[in-house]
Design a protein. Structure first.
Ligand SMILES: Cc1cc2nc3c(=O)[nH]c(=O)nc-3n(C[C@H](O)[C@H](O)[C@H](O)COP(=O)(O)OP(=O)(O)OC[C@H]3O[C@@H](n4cnc5c(N)ncnc54)[C@H](O)[C@@H]3O)c2cc1C
Length: 390
């Protein structure tokens, strides 16, 4: 029987989404051997319409990766207006209050995918697209993957496997459990033109059906509208004029009339997180480690910090890649940030997607109190920008 040949690497990264690609780019000067396996084809053929709002802290990381300068359309968020539909209370967070050029930035998911894909061509990484990992196995000495590429089953081994696949293969790692809680909500995303141009303000409006965010993008807006699964199907099938009228009655008059919309897409929402985030010769980062509700725009930011901290740990102790000591140091470093981001986001969803009258009143009081107490506002803004190190 013919045996499959196997290459050995320092690191194999499974999943070339934005977080797997970020880790690969962060290791470009390390001299380590890295294999990155991505199931999808090249980015232009896979336009992902999701807007990504990321923080000032993530911008600093993207600059160090040499990715920031190449993004084609980046819209700064100068202020965030948070309000509570059907109740009193609102707050305004501004960049000038915390002395940063912008609270965050909005880009499109497929733009970052395209830029990172190009950057990876000369990073010294073995980067394969249309490479679907089918099997993982880990022991104390190494991790092994089997994958389909160019119609062939191949295999490779490494000192450390990094799961950056959004969590699809966690079931194959014995020591790690994935916890899943369906929010029974969908996010509808679309590009929206309004009679008033955007002026750098992002709107987050909490309603009992779920939050609706209108992010500044280009001259217009990018919508993330959370609704129940049955309403999502109905909204996705509406004609444009009826959709815009319905959105207007839900969102209100803050940015005038809605005049035009792009293609609509829907994403089912669930909280998923893994415990522990590392096992024998394997570690999880990005959505594989924690998939959050998009309400606070924290998922990509947390994942980027996972990739950045892991690259730091690897570069610091290259002879120790994948050892229990290295992995436990990484886990300890990420615990507070990732747990805090999850609890913060999950609490926002639960407190603000609730019809309880008492809670509605408390939401209003909370938002008004936040608005009157600048140190608390600065704390929330910094938490959103830099995570637990804010
Ligand atoms: C509607 C919506 C809006 C959002 N808005 C924001 C926001 O404003 N701000 C923010 O910070 N976050 C936001 N997020 C979250 C953000 O999109 C994610 O956190 C981010 O995409 C995670 O990237 P990732 O690389 O970890 O995972 P993914 O993007 O899921 O990438 C995983 C990659 O792994 C590949 N893969 C999977 N299985 C295999 C396999 N077996 N073999 C090889 N490759 C495989 C996939 O093809 C994919 O490319 C939003 C999410 C949604 C749904």
């Amino acid at each position: 029987m013919e045996t499959m040949s196997s290459d050995h690497y320092d690191l194999i990264i499974i999943g070339g989404g934005p977080i797997g690609m970020s880790l690969s780019i962060a290791l470009r000067h390390s001299g380590l051997s890295v294999l990155l396996l991505e199931a999808r084809k090249e980015p232009e053929k896979n336009k992902d319409p999701r807007p990504l709002a990321f923080s000032h802290g993530s911008r600093l990381i993207l600059q160090r990766l040499g990715v920031w300068e190449a993004l084609s359309e980046v819209t700064p968020i100068k202020a965030i207006h948070i309000s509570n539909r059907g109740g009193f209370g609102r707050t305004l967070l501004t960049a000038s209050e915390i002395d940063v050029p912008a609270l965050g930035y909005v880009i499109l998911h497929h733009d970052i995918f395209r830029v990172m894909h190009e950057k990876l061509q000369d990073c010294g990484v073995d980067y394969l697209t249309e490479a679907q990992v089918t099997q993982l196995e880990c022991n104390v000495a190494e991790g092994q993957v089997k994958f389909q590429h160019n119609g062939k089953l191949k295999q490779a081994t490494a000192n450390l496997l990094v799961l950056a696949d959004g969590g699809r293969l966690i079931g194959q790692v014995e020591e790690i459990t994935q916890h899943v809680q369906d929010y029974e909500q969908w996010a509808i995303v679309s590009r929206i033109e309004a009679s008033e141009s955007q002026c750098g303000m992002a709107y987050e409006r909490f309603t009992s059906d779920g939050p609706v965010a209108m992010l500044p993008f280009g001259k217009n807006f990018s919508l993330v509208w959370t609704v129940s699964p049955s309403v999502a199907q109905e909204i996705l099938s509406l004609d444009d004029a009826t959709f815009l009228a319905r959105l207007h009655s839900h969102f209100g008059d803050r940015i005038g009339k809605f005049t035009c919309t792009g293609k609509r897409s829907g994403f089912p929402l669930a909280l998923k997180y893994a415990t522990p985030v590392a096992g024998r010769r394997v570690v999880l980062i990005g959505n594989a480690a924690q998939t959050l509700h998009p309400v606070a725009g924290q998922g990509f930011n947390l994942g980027l910090r996972d990739a950045w901290e892991l690259s730091g740990e690897i570069i610091e102790t290259p002879s120790d890649i994948g050892s229990p000591v290295m992995l436990s140091k990484y886990r300890a470093k990420r615990k507070t940030d990732s747990g805090g981001g999850r609890i913060f986001t999950d609490s926002l969803v639960k407190i603000f997607s609730n019809e309880n009258i008492l809670l509605q009143g408390m939401r209003g009081i909370g938002l008004s109190a936040l608005d009157c107490f600048p140190p608390a506002k600065r704390f929330v803004a910094k938490r959103m920008m830099f995570g637990s190190r804010g």
